[in-house]
Write a protein that binds this ligand. Structure first.
Ligand code: UDP
Length: 150
């Protein structure tokens, strides 16, 4: 079992797509083990996107992610990091394949609805950055044996 961090970005919250997109993750077999709506401050935004500091889109990205509340979650499941990234599709919504979340709902490089951790190291760092220990649950969702087999 693997955990990954997802952020339903301000465009997703404004467009009332949080429920629909969360449903796609759940339908794929991922379990929600942490979830909350928060207003991100600049310090957390800069920390989360530290690898992009100095890039031309950085200031716009920080302004975007702090402009309205986000819903942040921890999803757990088999190969959760890859599964989420595959469902999300390419970063740029214009180029993202139809059938992916960004391909179906986004036409923007920046406003691409959802963040997903890109490696086990990032997932661990990001979950610790966004959630306190007691906010992430540990349990075995019923029926897990039907989601993962073979
Ligand atoms: N982004 C942007 N302009 C760009 C590239 C990225 O505004 O040219 C934003 C976009 O919201 C993206 C985030 O910066 O999701 C982080 O970029 P990354 O390359 O890590 O993409 P991701 O892992 O989210 O697909």
């Amino acid at each position: 079992m693997q955990r990954t961090l997802v952020i339903f970005k301000p465009d997703c919250v404004h467009r009332r797509l949080v429920g629909q997109i969360l449903s796609r993750f759940e339908a794929k077999g991922l379990a929600v083990v942490g979830l909350k709506l928060i207003q991100v401050d600049r310090a957390l935004a800069e920390k989360h996107y530290a690898e992009h500091a100095g890039k031309p889109f950085f200031e716009g990205l920080i302004g975007f992610i702090t402009s309205a509340p986000v819903v942040v979650g921890v999803l757990e499941g088999n190969e959760a990091i890859t599964v989420v990234r595959t469902l999300l599709g390419a970063t740029n919504g214009v180029a993202a394949a139809p059938g992916t979340i960004r391909g179906d709902y986004s036409s923007s490089k920046q406003n691409n609805l959802v963040h997903g951790s890109d490696s086990p190291e990032s997932a661990e760092r990001e979950i610790a950055m966004w959630f306190k220990a007691g906010e992430v649950a540990s349990f075995t969702p019923a029926g897990s044996e039907w989601v993962i087999g073979g």
